[in-house]
Design a protein around this ligand. Structure first.
Ligand code: ADP
Length: 603
């Protein structure tokens, strides 16, 4: 309350007005009172003077009677009369000499010609003066009345009343008026204070409640008992506060729900592999999920607000989006992203509304799919070609034989030999293809088992020993210190080793050496198949694991290769969660290194 500016403004305004009004009133009243007393006193004195003039025969002014005689007559008379009426009475001769005085001996009085009341009476008939008496000493109110005409005055009758009793009466009245004014003032100030408080206090309560609402404490209510406009304001405030609290509550619930929904949507869209982009009617990007970034070739965070045309300048993309914005049936297109060369499938769906406010674009990276499709068709054409060659040869020799060469003893066996070789090649090719198909089919859900490397190598060496011996190649195995067991498949590991050792022997000239080593490197087993053969040129080293890829086609065919051996190796190693790599130098030999997880490391 003490800090309320409104309160102080109201209170001080009323208080100042009241104080000023009271003081003005009292001052005017007292002035009026004094004047009234003066008028009353003067009237009384004039009346008394007139009466005295009437009573006292103006014979006292007869000039022929000696002064002292007159005095002797009038002095006692005046003294008696003065005592009776309680007024000082003076008779003054026309020349100012005091004839008689009820209060003092007239002989001792000086000439009164220059007294103001006498001067005034001489000129207008009646004169008044208020002053201290030079003769008596205290303040007196004097009234003089002229005897005779103005031109020939015969004397003056003067009445004097001491002013002190009137003064005391006026002062008593002033005291009473002042004290009444102070009491009334104090009461008025108290009332003003109470009225200002009654007005300001509810406003202050309302202000505090409004500030609390502003600070977030909703549901504030104020208690104002009065039924006036302030009471009505408080009631309206309380209703508004309740309404506000309930609206904010509803809003918070809705906000929470919508933020939960948008979080859910964000999570769903964020975890999608497909890119989702929302654009407005002007093709500005309103939203892009994380997956959309690389597909549009711009970070998803920078995509929002930009024009889609900047991201996808492809004319077909523009056409599809324009169609969608016109509300036409969605059409699926594929296009290559210029910089990354990724192939993206896009479908644009118009947003509901007439006219449509925008469109949703769903983008899917189909590069891998298209790559696999290409690989597949390339593979099919490779397989057809690989199958066609031996079949054509077989067909040619069979026809030659049927055309009569069967009776040509010098060549028929040779022709049959060729047919057998090609049939064998076909057989190997078909076995390899089957093997590849089997691995690919099982790749996803292959159950790995512990397989001993020692045992697999032992069987592989046993299988190839004879061929190596026949070529004069020494085939050696250098086992690890301990028995090494890896996660894999027995047949698969044997196929891997067989293909590597088979190649090593195939591409190593006589008197060479093929070694199989294995050791443990951390949590992995490392198997190395090293030969001292022809080696593989650098530019071919990465590609030899592709299907049907051969460094020297003719030599491979001649040696009975299908071009699928290393591809089968790579597939198996992938199934075992391992890796394969080659290090080779032309003319000096090659080393194929396989790393496989050891039993225990996958657990
Ligand atoms: P292929 O049946 O022709 O041997 P692979 O897939 O096993 O097919 O091998 C692919 C090619 O890699 C071979 O044609 C050959 O040129 C080369 N190659 C594989 N192993 C060796 C090796 N140990 N020494 C030299 N070249 C090799």
């Amino acid at each position: 309350m003490w800090s309320s500016r409104l309160f102080w403004r109201l209170f001080l305004t009323y208080a100042s007005v009241t104080i000023v009004a009271s003081v003005v009133f009292v001052v005017i009243f007292l002035k009026w009172q004094q004047e009234a007393v003066e008028v009353e006193v003067r009237q009384r004195m004039q009346d008394e003077a007139e009466v005295l003039l009437h009573i006292a025969d103006p014979s006292w002014v007869a000039s022929e009677v000696p002064l002292e005689e007159l005095r002797a007559t009038w002095q006692p008379k005046l003294e008696a009369l003065g005592r009776e009426v309680g007024t000082r009475l003076t008779l003054v001769l026309a020349d100012g000499i005091v004839l008689a005085d009820s209060a003092t001996d007239a002989r001792r009085l000086e000439n009164h010609r220059d007294r103001p009341e006498i001067l005034e009476a001489a000129s207008v008939g009646v004169g008044f003066s208020t002053r201290g008496s030079r003769s008596v000493g205290e303040p007196f109110e004097y009234c003089a009345v002229r005897v005779g005409s103005r031109e020939a005055p015969r004397g003056f009758v003067r009445v004097a009343l001491p002013w002190t009793p009137f003064e005391s009466r006026l002062q008593a009245t002033a005291r009473l008026v002042w004290s009444t004014a102070v009491v009334v003032l104090v009461c008025t100030l108290a009332l003003t204070y109470w009225l200002a408080w009654r007005l300001v206090h509810p406003l202050e309560t309302l202000t505090q409640a409004a500030q609390a609402i502003e600070a977030g404490n909703l549901g504030q209510e104020v208690l104002v008992a009065s039924r006036d406009e302030i009471g009505m304001l408080a009631g309206a405030f309380n209703r508004m506060s309740r309404e506000l609290a309930s609206r904010v509550d509803q809003l918070q619930v809705k906000t929470r729900q919508s933020s939960e929904q948008s979080e859910l949507l964000e999570t769903v869209l964020g975890s999608m592999i497909e890119g989702v982009v929302v654009i407005d009617a002007q093709q500005r990007i309103l939203y892009a999920n994380v997956a959309a970034g690389p597909l549009l070739d711009l970070p998803a965070t920078q995509a929002v607000g930009r024009s889609l045309f900047e991201a996808a300048r492809h004319p077909r993309v523009q056409k599809v989006i324009e169609q969608a914005l016109l509300g036409e049936q969605p059409e699926r297109i594929e296009y290559a992203v210029p910089r990354t060369n990724a192939i993206v499938a896009l479908i644009a769906l118009p947003l509901p509304g007439q006219p449509t406010p925008g469109a949703v674009l769903v983008l899917h990276d189909v590069s891998e799919l298209r790559r696999l499709e290409n690989l597949r068709s390339e593979f099919v054409s490779n397989v057809s070609h690989e199958l066609k060659t031996p079949l054509t040869t077989i067909q040619a020799y069979t026809e030659t034989l049927l055309d009569g060469a069967i009776d040509d003893a010098a060549h028929n066996r040779q022709f049959l030999q060729r047919i057998d070789e090609q049939a064998e090649r076909l057989h190997r090719l078909i076995l390899d293809l089957l093997s590849l198909a089997r691995i690919e089919a099982a790749e996803e859900a292959f159950e790995l088992q512990p397989v001993s490397i020692d045992e697999a190598v032992r069987l592989c060496v046993a299988e190839h020993q004879a061929v190596a011996d026949s070529k004069g190649i020494s085939l050696v195995s250098q086992p690890a210190a301990d028995k090494v067991v890896v996660w894999g498949d027995e047949e698969g590991l044997r196929t891997v080793l067989n293909n590597l050792v088979d190649n090593a022997i195939k591409y190593t000239p006589a008197a060479g050496r093929v070694s199989i080593r294995w050791h443990v490197d951390g949590r992995r087993a490392v198997i190395e198949v090293e030969d001292t053969g022809i080696g593989i040129p650098k530019q071919h080293q990465l590609r030899i694991f592709e299907r049907f890829y051969r460094v020297d086609k003719a030599r491979s065919r001649e040696l009975g290769g299908t071009g699928l051996g290393l591809s089968i190796v790579k597939h198996w190693v992938q199934v075992f969660a391992g890796s394969v790599e080659v290090a080779s130098e032309t003319g000096r030999g090659s080393t194929f290194t396989i790393r496989l997880p050891m039993v225990g490391s996958l657990l």
